[in-house]
Every structure is written in C-alpha cells, then in structure tokens.
Design a protein around this ligand. Structure first.
Ligand code: NAP
Length: 494
C-alpha cells in the first residue's frame, strides 16, 4: 500500500473491465493518484484490445499518433505520423510495464454478470467461470468496436476454402499466389486491400457501398525529429496540440449536415479519386452517392489506386450466396477464390449493455436502455451507482482521437472515486433529471448532423437514432465531462 493509499483503501476494491486503451489509461491514472486497490479484468490473455486483435496487413491508426496516445504518457519515438498497429500495441505494452500494471490484471477472466447491492454499496461481478468479485466502483472499459460482425451471407459456412475476419487475421495462412476475396470496403478494408494486393494472384473486392476516401499523407518521423521530441517535450506537446486543433478545425465538415462544407471536401476526395483511378467507368463505381461524413471518412493514399492493378477487381454486384468454391453474385457471376477475408466491421458495443448489469431495485441496463442507450456524458446511468463507462453512448468521435474523450471520462471517474473514498460514501448515482436533460439536448442536435442525412452506417441504431457519436466538438465534450460535479449526483452516505 502506498503512502497515499488510506487504510480504508484495502476495503475499497475498484474493478476495471477491459485492458485496452481505456482500462490501461484508467489504471495509470489511479496509480498516479496513489490508488492501488484496483483489479483489471481482461477476457483475453494480453492487454491492448483493438491493437492486440487487429493485426491484419496494413493495420494502422487513421488518427495521428501524437494525439492517439495518452497525453500523460506522450511518446516522442513514434516512427511515423500514423503508427501501425504493432507499434501502438508496443506502446501499450510499454506503459503497462512502466506502471507495473501486470500484477493488477486478471487475464482470461470474462465478466459475464454484474449486480449492485444497494444496502452495501457494492457491485458483485461474476466471471464466465462462475467466480465472483466484489467492487465498490466499476469502470467499464470494454470498448465499442470489439467483436467481429459475422455477415449474414447465405452459404458462408459451406465455403471450402479459408475464411477469416480482419480482426482475427490468420497469420498461418500464406496469401501468396492465392485468389482472395475481400468483403467490405470500410476502414479496415482500405488498409488491407493495398497491403495484400501485390502479394496475391487475384484480389476481388466486394463493395456494397463505396466510401469517401481522403489522402492520408503519412510520413516517417526522421531520427532527428524524434530526438527533438525527446529533448523538448514542449515540441511534442505542440505537435499533439496542432494535430488535435486541426481535427477540431475540420470537425464541422465531418459532423455537420452542411452540404456546402461537405461539397468542398467531396471535391477534394473526388480529385484524389481521379488521380488514383484513370478509368472513368471504374471511378463512377467507386464514387459514393451519399454526403461525405454520413459514413466514416476513410483515409488512404493507395486504396483507390489498388484498383488500377491488373490483379485487383472491384465487384459491385450484390452477393447472392457463397458456395463451396467461392462467391456467387446476384447477376449469376461466380468468383472462385481460395480465401474470403471478411472486412465487415464489428458488432457495435457503444450503445448496448456488454453483459447483464443489474442496478438499483433489480432494474437491468437492458431495461434502462430499451429505448436506446443513454448515459450522462456517456458515462453514468441513473440507477447504476458507482459505475462509470468509458466510450459509452454518444461519445464516439468521427473527426478526432477517441482518446481525447476517454481521458475526460477517466478524469471524471477518478474525481468521483476520490470523493467516494475520501468521504466514505456508500454510492453516487447520477440524477435521472440531469441525465435526461443532457440527452434531450444531445438528441435535439442530431437532425443537424451529417450522419442523419440518409445513409446506413454503424453509427445508427436499427430505428435510425444515433446513440454512438457525439454531435459536436471534442473540446465542448471534454470541458463538460472532465469534472465530476457532485450536484449532478445523488450522494448517499454510508
Ligand atoms: P465498417 O466500417 O463497418 O465496414 C464494414 C464494411 O463491410 C462496409 O463496407 C459494409 O458495407 C460491408 N459489409 C458488412 N456486411 C456486409 C455484407 N453482408 N455483405 C457485403 N458487405 C458487407 O467496418 P470496419 O472497416 O472494420 O471499420 C469499423 C470501424 O472501426 C471504423 O468505422 C473505425 O471507427 C474503426 N476502424 C478504425 C481504424 C483506424 O485506422 N483507426 C481502422 C479500422 C477500423 P456497407 O457500407 O454497405 O454496410
């Protein structure tokens, strides 16, 4: 126990669920605050979340690394502006070692159920194995885009070749000289397609909806630049701030339903398409017909130009079914392949209970969210005391680093934890009217946001409502969310 850990701390178990960016960030900030009585529950056998799982060729972050890393753990040694998956994972492993977090992590432990005991002010967490744990505070950091979405394609299980999802890449399978199908043209596909195209015999890319693509303009940081960032932390901070400020500046293009702004960006993207694909007919198939920003804007310098290669074909006929030899389209055409890569995205967890969670009075989170997932600042839900969600409902950004939001949430949760410990509170529970007011304001903005302009995307729930993205600038969210305001909460003494 450290000096700042009070005697009560031993009796103040904190559970963090998930050892991805969110969970690791929370754990570091607890340690920095001198709070050591926490356990991180991780279902896998390593930390990293997204960056542990997404190891497909070309996997990289499409947000610049200086801002896609913790502000409290800056890394002057990023090798390039947009770091690749392996380097991000190495960064996370590094901070875990630096902060000696491994002894706090229970690997292979999937929390499957959580129940709150109001009289005791404690959560009981039950793992899939049946083992139970108690916690005074729970920080749910399970991530929003984790479990691969299995596409509903007839006959997929009958395919005689190899099938794998981008987030579960089979590195034992050598693609060299193979005929490969990639299904999907989202953020994962634009990275994997140019990476494997030179290696395979033939690559057929099955596009259901084309995507707007912007130039990436990635570059390596020279050794000199990296040394400068090491020697002058202020220069690193300035770079981080510049990357963040730029994303905010262009934010309205990405999130507002403003056709003139979108039109300007569409022309930029259109010019990129023209430079990349000389064939006019092919260009027409690759050009989206929805407003830019409605779906996630992709960035790549070499995705579109991959289609100029002789061994890459774009298939726009809808998939009818998969047979033993390959994929059959609705027009009757057949594409026999050795392997099918599913770049079909994720089951979106931003807006749903990750597992049964029972709060005050036996009410479940699924019941509370029957009309759509809502939380106060995306973090706390009335009736579920001492429970803080990182990357919860309406906290996803389309235009900047998710970590800007996550750090604000960590700060909010940390302040709450300190107050509960310091004052020996039984629990804090966000007031229903505060939560409702916050969400009414948020939802009133949605009609003005571009992702409501008439396309399909993982941003929207089945009823067309948006419980995933934050409708505004990150700065506004951060200023509102990073402080824990006790008056927003029902404070219950022990
Ligand atoms: P995604 O954006 O959801 O794209 C899935 C693709 O699969 C879409 O093109 C979709 O078509 C297609 N698809 C799904 N089911 C299909 C079916 N049954 N038949 C044919 N096509 C089907 O998934 P993702 O590319 O994995 O990206 C998901 C999110 O992860 C991104 O939006 C981003 O937030 C994150 N991500 C980030 C990075 C990064 O660099 N930071 C990299 C990868 C992913 P429709 O468009 O028609 O639905």
């Amino acid at each position: 126990m450290s000096r700042s850990d009070s005697p009560r701390a031993a009796d103040f178990p904190i559970a963090i669920i998930g050892a991805g960016f969110g969970g690791i960030g929370m754990a570091i900030q607890l340690k920095r605050a001198g709070i050591h009585s926490f356990t991180v529950f991780e279902r896998a056998d390593e930390v990293g979340g997204t960056w542990r799982d997404n190891t497909y060729p070309g996997a990289a972050c499409d947000v610049p690394s200086h801002v896609y890393s913790f502000s409290f753990e800056p890394n002057p040694r990023w090798s390039r502006v947009f770091a690749e998956s392996q380097e991000i994972q190495a960064y996370l492993l590094g901070v875990v070692e630096k902060w000696k977090l491994r002894s706090h992590i229970r690997f292979g432990t999937e929390i499957a159920d959580a129940r709150f005991d109001e009289a005791a002010g404690r959560w009981t967490l039950t793992a899939g194995s049946g083992e139970t744990f108690t916690a005074r505070v729970v920080v749910s950091a399970v991530g929003g885009l984790v479990d691969p979405a299995e596409p509903d394609i007839k006959g997929l299980s009958d395919f005689g070749g190899e099938v794998f999802h981008t987030a579960r890449w089979n590195h034992d399978y050598d693609l060299t000289g193979r005929n490969v199908a990639v299904i999907g043209t989202g953020a994962s596909a634009v990275q994997v397609v140019p990476s494997i195209a030179p290696q395979v015999a033939k690559l057929s890319v099955f596009q259901r909806t084309p995507a707007w693509v912007m130039p990436k303009r990635d570059r390596r940081y020279s050794e000199r630049a990296r040394r400068r960032y090491e020697r002058f932390p202020l220069a690193l901070r300035a770079s981080r701030f510049a990357q963040y400020a730029l994303s905010e500046l262009f934010g309205p293009i990405v999130f507002l339903d403003a056709p003139r702004l979108s039109g300007w960006a569409e022309r930029l993207s259109g010019a990129h398409l023209k430079r990349s694909v000389p064939d006019r007919a092919l260009r027409a198939k690759l050009r989206p017909d929805f407003q830019l920003g409605c779906k996630r804007i992709l960035i790549s310098d070499d995705y579109w130009s991959s289609f100029a290669r002789d061994n890459v074909e774009l298939v726009t006929n809808p998939i009818e079914q998969v047979g033993h030899e390959g994929i059959q389209c609705r027009d009757g055409s057949r594409h026999d392949v050795d392997v099918i890569v599913l770049a079909t995205g994720f089951a979106v967890g931003l807006a749903a209970a990750p597992f049964p969670v029972q709060g005050r009075g036996g009410r479940t989170l699924d019941e509370a969210w029957a009309g759509g997932a809502v939380a106060y600042k995306g973090m706390t839900v009335s009736g579920f005391p001492n429970w803080f969600t990182l990357m919860g409902p309406n906290t996803g950004p389309g235009h900047t680093s998710v970590l800007v939001y996550t750090e604000a949430q960590i700060s909010h949760a940390l302040q709450a934890i300190r107050k509960i410990r310091r004052e020996g509170l039984r629990f804090v529970d966000v007031r229903q009217e505060v939560q409702d007011r916050y969400n009414d304001r948020l939802q009133r903005r949605m009609p003005y946001m571009v992702w409501s302009s008439g396309c399909n995307s993982w941003y929207l729930s089945e009823d067309g409502s948006n419980h995933a993205l934050y409708p505004g600038f990150a700065a506004e969210y951060v200023l509102g969310a990073r402080r824990f305001r006790a008056s927003d909460y029902e404070i219950v003494k022990a």
